[in-house]
Design a protein around this ligand. Structure first.
Ligand code: ADP
Ligand code: ADP
Length: 226
């Protein structure tokens, strides 16, 4: 059984723009999929439909064994990581990590344990009492990863998470994301326009063009084909 099954999914925006056309894709448990393709090809729209941030015009998205078309984002058990971090500026790093768990009524001892584990993995323990503005860009991106990890999600969805970072940091964070994903074994879908990022991260690359799947393959198959 696939972890995520995308079956003939299309998106037509109000106004008639057909952003995604009949995309089908079976994503295996623990697999790291990278979506690439030119600007406007529908990468972000597809990711947002998996996340539940955008309605699906036709087709179905199944996560685990549940069709999630009509299930709202909070109940999908997925975690998104964005380029703008989406951290709460007035909260400490600890509270940023704990907030969603508190809202869901996770017991305090469990929250403490999950936050501690994520903080250790991401090496952000020294910063737990700081506010986001007291952190560097790389540290903030680690906190954003931490927020995703503590949810214990069925899948990570990444929307160009590294594009605001400088080149050097991008390379090191890329490695960290890949290591972390391998270690946790969480199925991941990652959107980028950076070919090198796609090559390094992906088990399989999906090339979109004009809202359709143009090619699917392992990194060397995709980038070595004529
Ligand atoms: P990508 O992430 O590959 O750059 P997008 O998914 O953002 O592509 O966009 C795909 C197409 O859908 C583009 O033509 C874009 O202009 C259009 N689009 C994206 N968001 C909206 C929206 N909210 N309303 C109408 N059209 C949109
Ligand atoms: P929670 O984490 O319990 O969902 P939040 O207040 O952190 O609560 O988030 C508010 C909304 O934003 C939620 O409905 C949730 O769907 C969404 N959300 C927050 N963080 C993430 C994340 N990392 N990945 C996916 N959705 C998120």
């Amino acid at each position: 059984m696939s972890a995520i099954e995308i079956a003939a999914v299309s998106k037509v925006y109000a106004g008639g723009v057909r952003a995604v056309s009949e995309v089908s894709l079976s994503i295996a448990d623990g697999e790291f999929i990278v979506l690439v393709g030119p600007s406007g090809c529908g990468k972000s729209t597809l990711l947002r439909m998996i996340a539940g941030l955008e309605t699906i015009s036709s087709g179905t998205v199944t996560i685990g064994s549940r069709v999630v078309n009509d299930i709202d984002p909070a109940a999908r058990n997925i975690a998104m990581v964005f380029q703008n971090y989406a951290l709460y500026p007035h909260m400490s790093v600890y509270d940023n990590l704990a907030y969603g768990l508190r809202n869901r009524g996770v017991p305090k001892a469990d929250i403490d344990a999950r936050v501690a584990e994520a903080a250790r993995m991401l090496e952000i323990e020294p910063f737990l009492e700081r506010k986001p503005k007291q952190l560097s860009g790389g540290q903030r991106q680690r906190v954003a990863m931490g927020r995703a990890i503590v949810r214990k999600p069925d899948a990570f969805l990444f929307d160009e998470p590294l594009s605001n970072l400088d080149a050097k940091l991008r390379v090191s964070m890329r490695g960290e994301i890949r290591q972390l994903q391998r270690r946790l074994g969480v199925t991941s879908v990652y959107v980028t326009h950076d070919q090198l990022e796609a090559m390094t991260l992906a088990d399989r690359i999906v090339v979109l063009n004009g809202g359709r799947v143009e090619q699917v393959g392992r990194p060397l198959d995709v980038y070595h084909s004529p």
